[in-house]
Write a protein that binds this ligand. Structure first.
Ligand code: ADP
Ligand code: MG
Length: 570
């Protein structure tokens, strides 16, 4: 392989692209980018092998963008991706790299999306098309996708396409595009059928192989817990409670039903969790991923298929609640964390009879996975006490407490022989009832009511130390709003209105449950008067929202149970 150039400029990229990269915070090219970009710019075919998270998208997208003739509004590059999510992600990446290339157009095309919309998009003229194999075939057959000017074809995540049974479609497409094109194939692994496709359709390809040890895997701390004593769920909640640097987690389970069950159990314990599985429609899946991205939820419980390719930088933890079926799946799963140069953690639950699978995984990744010692109740309690103290300090720093001090003084005077320390202790006792501070007060399954990323959060989620205690309380009150399904509203419209027009932060917006002629949204209970009024007059689908709080008892429960997410996913 070639020596590693230290900057994108050394790779021969245009000033427009260099400007975009620096704005995106890409400082140096990753190894796969250094190796691929010059070759692709030179027009060579290429076979690239690298794990997820190594930066393959930019490795092929940047040279494509550089070679595009903007004046020619015809597809010049086609990128095949295994799933809709990945197609969209790659399209978004292209769009952001091309931000200084006015007139550039990219279209993701995938199954499940309205054909008319795609036809319109294609008709308008695009330079780069990113599609899933089936839908690309459709368009080729309908002649709505003109590939006669194609100069570059990329197969991204080829091994995934094989696993998903798309390999015949891919070959069909390869046979229906001009043979003079440049072709690049990227894959994390190189199973025989992929190698055959490469041999057959790539001409004299440059081979680039990035060893997994230089890729993400080293940025991911991998541990396993041998299931014993506690139930997996109880072990999970303990881990979630004391893990350092926990921001967001993706939890893998074997079945679709298990995603829903586990997400519900976590929710019942106070976590912001949602299921992600192949039964959910695409819109809902995307919304769930967005919620994870923007911090509305912290945990997604997913199956392998549904989680494929998710790129959410704040995922700090991957938890393999059920052991994956094979080592490749393991590598794909843990690649969901340690993104964009961050640290990540992977935890694997291993039942006694699964020890052999664990050893096979260790052999495949060529590194040992360290055993994890489950946190004791005492450790959980210590952590809670620390968080509690920090919370108190924060309130003292940021809230106006004059009124409350008067109340305390009054109390100290009224109740003879009560000193302020005793009053404080009584308050601490009251506050911790739902979430006990003492180890002996803890049950095995721990309820949790606070945000786990509070405290030593140095990883750039934009929370100021002061003055945002209210934000931390998150959505805690259900409100009724006067728009519902019958008015043609989708949850996205409501989120959009609340966030964009009323200026609510994403963290403040909780579940949205649609009914026929009204909906329930969860928002902070302590909305300021101005915000409340602004929201009441806010219009969605031409209807004022008329925000009304719902009393906590009873109704709130029904709202939660019939939550939009689960309704749709069941
Ligand atoms: P892969 O396709 O290999 O799984 P991606 O292309 O999705 O990896 O990149 C993973 C993450 O790393 C993305 O969030 C991307 O924006 C980021 N990234 C890629 N290249 C760089 C770079 N040179 N510097 C910083 N971040 C990068
Ligand atoms: Mg990728």
């Amino acid at each position: 392989m070639m020596s590693t150039p230290s900057s994108f400029a050394d790779l021969g990229l245009s000033p427009e692209l260099l400007a975009a990269l620096s704005e995106l915070g890409y400082e140096t090219p990753s190894p796969i980018q250094s190796a691929c970009i010059p070759n692709l710019l030179a027009g060579c075919d290429l076979l690239g092998m690298a794990q997820t998270g190594t930066g393959k998208t930019a490795a092929f997208a940047l040279p494509i963008l550089q070679r595009i003739d903007i004046k020619k509004r015809l597809p010049q590059a086609l990128i095949l991706a295994p799933t809709r999510e990945l197609a969209i992600q790659v399209a978004e990446a292209c769009q952001s790299y091309a931000r200084h290339m006015p007139g550039f157009h990219v279209a993701p095309i995938y199954g499940g999306q309205n054909m008319g919309l795609q036809l319109k998009q294609l008709g308008r003229g695009v330079h780069v098309v990113i599609g899933t194999p089936g839908r690309v075939m459709d368009h080729i057959e309908r002649k709505s996708l003109d590939l006669s000017h194609l100069t570059t074809l990329v197969l991204d995540e080829a091994d995934e396409m094989l696993r998903m049974g798309f390999i015949d479609d891919v070959e069909w497409i390869l046979q229906h595009v001009p043979t003079t094109r440049q072709t690049a194939l990227f894959s994390a692994t190189m199973p025989e059928p992929i190698r055959r496709v490469a041999q057959r359709y790539l001409s004299d390809p440059k081979e680039v192989r990035i060893k997994s040890t230089t890729a993400t895997v080293t940025a991911i701390r991998q541990r396993y817990w041998q299931v014993s004593g506690l139930h997996k769920l109880d072990a999970l909640t303990r881990i979630l409670e004391v893990e350092d640097d926990l921001d967001a987690a993706i939890i893998f389970v074997r079945t679709k039903t298990a995603t829903v069950e586990l997400a519900e159990k976590l929710e019942a314990r106070g976590y912001g969790a949602a299921a992600l599985n192949g039964d959910m429609n695409q819109v809902l899946r995307e919304r769930t991923i967005d919620q994870l991205k923007n911090g509305n939820i912290d945990i997604v419980v997913a199956t392998d298929v549904a989680a494929r390719g998710i790129d959410v930088p704040r995922i700090s933890h991957v938890i393999n609640y059920d052991i994956p079926n094979d080592t490749e799946a393991y590598v794909h799963r843990i690649g969901r964390t340690g993104r964009a140069g961050r640290q990540g953690s992977a935890i694997l639950f291993v039942a006694p009879r699964e020890i052999r699978t664990l050893r096979a995984i260790e052999r495949a990744i060529r590194q040992p996975i360290e055993p994890l010692v489950l946190p004791s109740k005492q450790m959980v309690a210590d952590r809670r006490v620390a968080q509690f103290k920090e919370q108190i300090v924060q309130v003292i720093e940021s809230e106006d407490l004059d009124f409350f001090m008067e109340v305390v003084d009054e109390l100290a005077e009224e109740a003879a022989e009560t000193d302020v320390r005793e009053i404080a202790a009584a308050l601490a006792f009251l506050v911790q009832q739902e979430r006990p501070l003492r180890a002996d007060g803890l049950s095995d399954a721990l309820p949790r009511n606070v945000d786990f990323s509070r405290g030593d959060d140095s990883r750039g989620r934009d929370r100021s130390r002061r003055g945002d205690v209210r934000e931390h309380s998150g959505p805690s009150q259900s409100y009724r709003i006067d728009v519902g399904r019958a008015h043609g509203v989708a949850p996205g419209d409501i989120v959009g209105a609340l966030a964009n027009e009323a200026g609510l932060s994403n963290r403040a917006i909780g579940r949205i449950t649609l009914f026929d002629d009204y909906s329930i949204v969860e928002l902070p209970s302590d909305l300021s008067k101005e915000t409340f009024n602004a929201l009441s007059f806010l219009r969605v689908r031409q209807r004022p929202l008329k925000l009304t709080p719902i009393t906590r008892q009873g109704k709130r429960d029904t709202a939660t149970k019939k939550s939009f997410d689960r309704k749709k996913s069941s």
